[in-house]
Design a protein around this ligand. Structure first.
Ligand SMILES: Cc1ncc(COP(=O)(O)O)c(C=O)c1O
Length: 420
């Protein structure tokens, strides 16, 4: 049983506290599964997960043997064809789903489009999508696009007003479980219950949830979910995404991109579209095998991980980071954009500062990698499989130094790059 908490005693956090937390961390050994560069503190796993050490060899094998030697035969012989289902089944337990309810395909944006159209089709008398202001832009753009296409409307309200905005006009509620900017967590069970009571369906975006904290899609009676493979699941840049459809909705589901891989018999090459049974109908076209295989290999880092332990460490990390920020950064005008209550926080802490971009660039130059989200948010994500408590101590010390020395004011740090 893992007991220590950063709040276990009053007063400032000390190096001894940090040493104790790292010593008692049951997940500490997982870090050796990742190829993190020397001298880097990586707090951006919420944007791009770190490289698991076993992935390069798996990709080399896929390229040199399966592609190079096996050629087209590898679709059958190397297990390529069933990879979307197989990798989906690996993700399922991380999000509280059954193996045949999750499949890997396309991007999060495309999967969102598919499930929103499908959900609207399941509620023919209703023409409203309810979402939130301040969601990740793609969620709002896709919902607005679907609304236009389906002669419906997209209503985006403040996060606290979502529950009240759901009524008998609502076909579907589309929310991100953990907000990408603030890390604020929605009450998945409560919102889903509220939506169902009004006769509406719910889509959950799990981009900042899957691999970062447990969630229980089936325990919450969720309808649909989408999420990406490249953040906390460590699948690599542009890794394919996943989509969840609750078993009870699969048979009647009509998603809008009727592609040949979603057909019941793709290799019959018939003219008329007949959707595959079950979750397979969420497929569209040929799966990006290299990305899929990298994601599959990366997911092995989660084998045997107790998700409650993962959550506990994540809460301790976000709590520690906030305490250290309070303790060390007070003179420099930072704000806290994340909830102070750990139960309402995902696995990230977001600070605000009017000079956030330059400060983050100066921090990155010192090997502490987080990211910046306009207009003023410095984001620090804690992928607990490879981040330790000493990393947080050192990261805040580096941030303090960047402020105390004014290093962030160097002109090169204010020039905006394309990706922030
Ligand atoms: C909440 C959320 N949804 C969606 C996306 C992006 O989706 P896609 O995989 O289509 O790029 C992100 C990317 O950061 C995100 O944070």
């Amino acid at each position: 049983m893992w007991r220590p908490s950063v709040n276990s005693r009053p007063g400032p956090v000390t190096p001894d506290d940090i040493a104790r937390l790292d010593r008692d961390d049951p997940l500490a050994a997982r870090r050796s599964l990742f190829a993190l560069p020397e001298g880097v503190i990586y707090l951006d796993g919420n944007s791009l997960g770190a490289l698991p050490k076993s992935v390069p060899a798996r990709i080399a094998q896929a390229v040199e043997q399966e592609w190079g030697v096996g050629l087209i035969r590898s679709w059958n012989d190397a297990g390529w064809y069933p990879a979307p289902q197989r990798v989906g089944a690996r993700i399922a337990p991380l999000v509280g789903a059954a193996p045949d309810e999750v499949i890997v395909a396309d991007s999060t944006s495309v999967n969102l489009f598919k499930v929103l159209v499908a959900a609207l089709r399941m509620r023919p008398g209703r023409r409203r999508i309810v979402g939130e202001r301040g969601s990740f832009p793609t969620d709002a753009y896709v919902a607005a696009g679907v609304a236009e296409l389906m002669d419906a409307e997209f209503v985006a309200v403040e996060p606290d007003a979502v529950a009240d905005a759901i009524d008998e006009r609502t076909a579907v509620v589309s929310l991100t479980h953990v907000n990408y900017k603030t890390g604020r967590v929605y009450d998945m069970a409560g919102i889903t219950r509220r939506a169902h009571a009004a006769g509406a369906l719910v889509v959950w975006d799990l981009c900042h949830t899957a691999g970062a904290m447990p969630c229980d899609l089936n325990g919450c009676d969720a309808d649909f979910a989408v999420g990406c493979g490249y953040k906390y699941l460590n699948g690599g840049p542009g890794a394919p995404a996943f989509v969840f459809v609750a078993q009870r909705h699969q048979a009647g589901l009509r998603q809008p991109i009727a592609g040949w891989h979603g057909h019941a018999h793709p290799f019959d090459f018939v003219h008329d579209y007949v959707p595959a049974a079950g979750i397979d109908r969420m497929l569209v076209g040929t799966a990006p095998q290299l990305g899929l295989l990298a994601l599959e290999e990366a997911l092995k880092a989660f084998d045997g991980v107790d998700l409650q332990q993962l959550r506990r460490k994540s809460e301790q990390m976000t709590e520690l980071f906030i305490r250290l920020a309070d303790q060390e950064l007070a003179p420099w005008g930072f704000g806290l954009a994340s909830p102070r209550d750990a139960a309402q926080r995902g696995s990230q802490v977001s600070l605000t500062h009017p000079e956030g971009y330059a400060i983050m660039q100066a921090l990155i130059a010192r090997g502490v990698i987080g990211d910046f989200r306009a207009p003023d948010i410095l984001r620090f994500g804690f992928a607990v499989l490879y981040v330790g408590f000493a990393d947080l101590w050192n990261a805040v010390a580096a941030l303090k130094d960047v402020m105390a020395t004014g290093a962030w004011q160097a002109p090169e740090f204010s020039r905006r790059k394309a990706v922030t």
